[in-house]
Design a protein around this ligand. Structure first.
Ligand code: 6GU
Length: 259
């Protein structure tokens, strides 16, 4: 391990623990687990249901479509986790939650132990939320069949912010969204693919020219695709000057095109 921080723990409460086996064992997250930087446990809610039929869901009071996840098995599972570590923070993944952002991911990355509760069917009994859930998170305005994929998104977004998880030569802080801009375009060999050349400046070896070009391209791309991010960005004096240049260019292009 070697770094000054204890490994961050993720406990996933789910009816489908198998869904998590390969996605969390591959690539960067797999390495983070191997290095002991994170620990991920899947806990089958069904293991906390009472024997015989091990029922985890039931029809809704008041009638209606579908099934609701029962409170008791979830309560027992969370209480079991809390008996080992009372400091856990419990997140319920639901489209009704706060939309996940980089800022929320950063806040979560400072916690030592997260419980990720994955709902299925029509969701959980409301008393689960009232009594056991600290925070509800959604990963976007669309509907998934369950919280499992959303839990993986949270684990990925949070884990990559932990020291040592990304390679030493690239820190999470350098990434876009930290400076609120989208990434500049990237190229690798060949320098010319079927008549499509790599921008000359990137082959020039002129590092200050390259960095200026990248900053400009990042600004152009953000202005074009995510102007909402620019509005919130913390732009340096140089950034603002470049941005004004780009806006001037765009106006010239428009008047030339007769728009
Ligand atoms: Cl967290 N759960 C489900 N079921 N659907 C979602 C979601 C979560 N976030 C966006 N859609």
């Amino acid at each position: 391990m070697g770094c000054g921080r204890k490994r961050m723990k993720f406990d996933i409460l789910t009816l489908f623990p198998q869904m998590f086996s390969s996605p969390l064992q591959e690539s960067i997250l797999g390495k983070a687990v191997e290095k002991g930087l994170i620990q991920i446990r899947t806990i089958n809610i069904r293991d906390f249901a009472v024997a015989k039929h091990r029922v985890v869901d039931d029809s809704p009071y008041g009638g209606g479509q579908g099934m609701v996840m029962k409170v008791e098995p979830i309560a027992r599972a969370i209480e079991w986790i809390k008996s080992q570590d009372p400091s856990v923070w419990t997140i319920y993944l639901t489209p009704q939650g706060r939309g996940l952002t980089q800022e929320i991911s950063q806040k979560l990355s400072s916690r030592s132990h997260l419980v990720l509760l994955c709902g299925r069917y029509e969701g959980v009994d409301e008393r689960v939320r009232e009594l056991f859930v600290d925070e509800e998170i959604s990963i976007g305005d669309y509907v998934l069949t369950g919280g499992e994929l959303a839990a993986m998104v949270v684990i990925d977004a949070v884990s990559r912010l932990l020291p040592g998880v990304l390679g030493s030569d690239r820190s999470a802080e350098e990434d876009s969204f930290f400076n609120s801009l989208l990434e500049y375009p990237q190229y690798t060999r060949p320098s010319n693919f079927r008549g499509n050349p790599v921008p000359e400046v990137l082959l020039s070896g002129n590092h200050s020219a390259i960095s200026l070009w990248r900053k400009r391209e990042a600004l152009k791309r953000t202005l074009d695709r995510r102007p909402d991010l620019l509005a919130r960005a913390n732009l340096s004096g140089e950034d603002q000057r470049l941005l004004e240049e780009i806006l001037r260019e765009n106006r010239t292009d428009k008047s030339r095109d007769g728009v």
